[in-house]
Design a protein around this ligand. Structure first.
Ligand code: GLV
Length: 310
């Protein structure tokens, strides 16, 4: 019985195959593009697999997403919809996202982009920003990972709000729910952090209409998915000053094309989809544990709910 691995990068795929081979010695671990006997493949461990690729394996028991999100799997129109999808998450991933959110909220809060630009010009200019308690940060999404990030911001002293479909309560966080709560959430949010899953409802949510409801000069941090952001609307809003700056970890096309205007935009900081990226050793051990649990019980805690998008 075998497991195939796809990461889109041959060297990384080889590393993961080596790690998973040691952790799951009862399975043969193979490259998705060189799977051998198709009918022997029981699990496909994937990040953004090619369209139609998974449907080749008739006896697959489950798909394993190398990531908390599953949109990169569900986007395949030929995907066999009945297959369970196991997500890869856990304390390491949550901790990394907490670090990322804290780092970039603080960077916007303390006007780091302006200070960097001043340094580049050799200009000594002291910028006094409000203390965190007078800075209103808003997180879109309040699942387990996003709630942990909201609590981190509360811990740093920020005036923190959260918006989600269900409006689940998080201690210390002002919670706004559903379509009816969005306008109130946006009106008070100076630094907006998008951690939503990508679903039909959330696609293109970061657009000109949403930007118009934020305070003038608000900042955007997108560590959700590239599909949340209407990139041309952001460029226009940055140009007009409606949005004062953006930190983007995810893009409609990844890797971000070399000629994309975001690369050299003075108000955009780019990170290459690494906000919650775990090291291969940790990822492989989480995946091996999930596969073992699934083998033993036919289910596992990390099972995705496709309707929720994670
Ligand atoms: C990262 O983008 C993830 O889905 O975990």
């Amino acid at each position: 019985m075998s497991i195939v691995v796809y990461l889109g990068d041959a060297e990384e795929t080889r590393d993961w195959i080596g790690l998973l081979s040691r952790l799951l010695p009862d399975h043969e671990i193979r490259d998705f593009d060189d799977p051998g006997d198709l009918s022997a493949v029981e699990y496909a461990v994937v990040w953004a697999p090619p369209q139609g690729g998974i449907a080749r394996f008739a006896h697959l028991k489950a798909i394993v997403s190398i990531g908390a999100g599953v949109d990169h799997v569900l986007r395949d129109p030929d995907l066999p919809r009945h297959l369970p999808i196991l997500r890869t998450t856990g304390p390491d991933m949550v901790q990394r996202l907490r670090e990322y959110v804290a780092l970039h909220v603080l960077a916007h809060h303390r006007a780091l982009m302006v200070t960097d630009a001043n340094q580049a010009r050799g200009e000594w200019r002291q910028i006094v920003t409000p203390v965190a308690g007078r800075r209103r940060v808003g997180i879109m999404g309040l699942g387990n990972i996003a709630s942990a990030c909201a609590r981190t911001l509360v811990g740093l002293g920020f005036d923190t709000a959260g918006w989600s479909r269900s409006g689940r309560a998080v201690e210390g966080v002002e919670v706004f729910a559903g379509a009816g709560g969005l306008a109130g959430f946006l009106a008070r949010t100076e630094i907006l952090v998008c951690l939503l899953p990508l679903t039909a409802e959330t696609r293109d949510i970061l657009d000109a209409r949403l930007f118009a409801q934020l305070p003038e000069g608000a900042r955007i941090i997108n560590a959700g998915r590239g599909g949340h952001l209407v990139e041309d609307d952001l460029l226009a809003a940055l140009g007009s000053g409606r949005i004062g700056g953006a930190t983007l970890d995810v893009f409609r096309t990844e890797p971000l094309p070399a000629d994309h205007p975001f690369w050299h935009h003075p108000k955009v900081r780019i990170t290459p989809h690494i906000a919650s990226m775990i090291d291969a050793e940790t990822g492989a051990s989480v995946i091996a544990a999930n596969i073992r649990a699934f083998e033993a019980t036919g289910t596992c805690e990390a099972m995705a709910d496709p309707a929720r998008g994670y």
